[in-house]
Design a protein around this ligand. Sequence first.
Ligand code: SF4
Length: 66
Amino acid sequence: MSARLRVDPVACDGVGICAHLAPDVVRLDSWGYPILPTEPLTEQARRQAARAINGCPRSALFVQPE
Ligand code: SF4
């Protein structure tokens, strides 16, 4: 099943831990907020995304099935 990584912009605090946990999936903008891939996650990207989701202190990241 196809899915995308999403962020709740209200919950996100912009500290950027997600980019350290999933460097191939998440980039940061100049304020430290995540820039997420616009394409569906590959299996490898999904594993990295899971690390970022589990490590996000604000529970701001989630995977949205398509
Ligand atoms: S780890 Fe969570 S709260 Fe921190 S920048 Fe990433 S998505 Fe936002």
